[in-house]
Design a protein around this ligand. Sequence first.
Ligand SMILES: Nc1ncnc2c1ncn2[C@@H]1O[C@H](COP(=O)(O)OP(=O)(O)OP(=O)(O)O)[C@@H](O)[C@H]1O
Ligand SMILES: [Mg+2]
Length: 293
Amino acid sequence: MASIPLPPGAEGLASLAELPEEGWQDRWDRIIVDPAIKDRLLNFGTFYFGPRARYSPVGLPIHGLVVLEGPPGTGKTTLAGGLADRLARSLETPGLLFLVVDPHGLPSQLLGESQRAVARLFERTLPDVAARGRPVVVLLDEVEALAVNRGGASLETNPVDVHRATDAVLAGLDHVSATCRNVLFVATTNYVRGVDPAFLSRADLVERVALPGVEAVEAILGDTLREIQPAFHADPSALRPLAHGCVAQGLDARGLRKLIVRAVIQRRELSADPALLTLPDLERALEDLYAQE
Ligand SMILES: Nc1ncnc2c1ncn2[C@@H]1O[C@H](COP(=O)(O)OP(=O)(O)OP(=O)(O)O)[C@@H](O)[C@H]1O
Ligand SMILES: [Mg+2]
């Protein structure tokens, strides 16, 4: 099993896994994004855990922070795990640790509680894991909940508390990057304006993951269809009109995969045997989806 127990008192951590892990390749291979994005992510990881150790942090300031931003359902969270798995397969040091920080697992921003929990996370828990000497990738998922934009905080929250919590994240990030050079943070957000600019300015790489275009839609639909019909090999042009319809509706990649589920549950015999699914079933599912609105 990839999953290993969390350190005691690890508030704010959702999971800890040791990679590579069988089955995690899908998180990289089956997330269809602009290949240039995947190249840059992989190249950054290779550089970060490799040659970068030789350089002075003043001469070449590197925080070890990658941000993936873009609309919901475009593969940001999945890709972060996929990147960690890919790096685990290529780095010389075995057994990369992949930690997921759950911002909702931290106390609320009231009365400085959040600030203390964030400080513990960055000053104790993460350095403890890093001290195991393995390469570590830390996923800061939905980082807009952690590094809240101090400029745009809502009126219900005490601005002083928001300031303190965000300050603690920034200080924590600086602390970990200065002391644990084997830790790479990958942050995701579908609401980049909600993320504090000082957090974003620390990023070494910000990648925008966009909604899929026609070709990506075809690839994602084809890949999802192969999941239920392993022999499925449509001529890509067969999916083109449907793909145009999906793009016109602004369907995200998660929604595309769910469209197949929607098509399957339209008919009892398909629900019992999804391999019988046909293109007209998919077209009807798309029509129904938007007729409902
Ligand atoms: N670009 C993509 N290519 C193929 N499948 C995708 C893609 N993006 C998302 N999916 C499908 O949707 C699932 C959910 O994606 P994921 O949770 O990574 O999206 P996200 O960008 O993190 O969304 P959110 O912003 O809502 O958290 C994936 O596991 C995959 O099945
Ligand atoms: Mg996500």
